[in-house]
Design a protein around this ligand. Structure first.
Ligand code: NAP
Length: 298
């Protein structure tokens, strides 16, 4: 198949490109700047420079493609996420760019859209499992961009087209956010939110890349994609082991956690998310877990 990937130079996009190329597809990676070209080509795809906010630019990039995979995001790292303007770029990508991408894909006769989304829209559900039919907890306006993005992906699936929305677990691996977390673990600084008994659903980048390939064969709909959920206390231990630190990663004191704001509040939620629907639909399985030795170098 001919597949265009937006956000192709990002953490998720690079994994998606490489996995799609390995699966035998003809892949075009979209980047907004010339310096993104070698990054895309290094993963085995053709690169195209386009502006993801401009419909004309996108229609040229998508011409002749069967599928568009949108992995765009710009998540601020660590406590920088508390700054009021830190999410401005990410918000714009999930509203203006995602809407432009689905419209341009529809206009160019693309048959399938695979849209990255997140499990962080689910409510805290304690130790209960969360499936795709769980109502989302997105009343706060901070979630508006993600809801808008989801709607435009759903709207794409008309007139014989299909869209697959992947609610990805918290990414971990060799990426800026996890590297920051491992650094804090080594220095003994607090880094985790929530409580040790709360659940977290993690997804290694490599497994995320393979999930975009698996999604090519899924019926239209929403799918959770993550590994076996673990407690945050267990994650703290796994981080300690991977950081080769004698101690587990530390939690922020409750008083600090109380003031993190809406964007980081999602990190406090207990999210025991089931990916059974995606696994039975596609045969995808996570291969790298937080207790797999060396996961931060894979
Ligand atoms: N579910 C999750 O837990 C989750 C989800 C996403 C990200 N993250 C984490 O967040 C951290 C940052 O990753 P990220 O994916 O947000 O950022 P990233 O890896 O820097 O990737 C951003 C991608 O979006 C494009 N981009 C960024 N800003 C843009 C803009 N204003 N206009 C157009 N394109 C833009 C970039 O493309 P060009 O510059 O080439 O155009 C790049 O391909 C990582 O540690 C990652 O693991 C976690």
């Amino acid at each position: 198949m001919k597949i265009a990937v937006t956000g192709a130079t990002g953490v998720l996009g690079q994994e998606a490109v490489e996995a799609l190329v390995s699966a035998g597809h003809e892949v075009t990676g979209v980047t907004r700047r010339e310096r993104g070209i070698p990054v895309v080509e290094g993963r085995g795809a053709r690169a195209v420079v386009a502006d993801v906010f401009d419909a004309d630019s996108l229609t040229q990039a998508f011409e002749g493609h069967d599928v568009v995979v949108n992995t765009l995001a710009h998540v601020p790292i660590g406590m920088a996420a508390m700054r009021p303007l830190a999410w401005r770029e990410d918000d714009k990508l999930h509203t203006d760019a995602s809407v432009a991408i689905s419209s341009a894909a529809a206009a160019m006769g693309v048959q399938r859209l695979i849209q990255e989304s997140t499990v962080f829209m689910y409510p805290d559900n304690g130790s209960e499992w969360i499936g795709e039919d769980e109502p989302l907890s997105v009343r706060n306006q901070a979630f508006r961009p993600r809801v808008r993005e989801m709607r435009s992906a759903v709207d794409f699936a008309t007139g014989g087209r299909s869209s697959v929305i992947l609610r990805l677990g918290q990414l971990f691996g060799r990426d800026p956010q996890t590297t920051h977390t491992l650094k804090a673990t080594r220095s003994g600084d607090p880094i985790l939110l929530g409580k040790p008994e709360n659940y977290i659903t993690l997804l290694h980048h490599r497994d995320a890349g393979r999930a975009f390939v698996a999604a090519l064969g899924a019926r239209s709909g929403f799918y959770n994609v993550g590994g076996e959920p673990i407690t945050r206390g267990r994650w703290a231990k796994d981080l300690g082991t991977e950081a080769e630190s004698k101690k587990s990663a530390k939690f922020y004191p409750e008083i600090t956690q109380a003031v993190v704001g809406t964007r980081l509040e999602v990190q406090r939620r207990s999210l025991r998310v089931s990916s059974v629907r995606f696994m039975s639909e596609t045969g995808w399985r996570p291969l790298i877990g937080p207790s797999t030795p060396g996961w931060s170098r894979m």
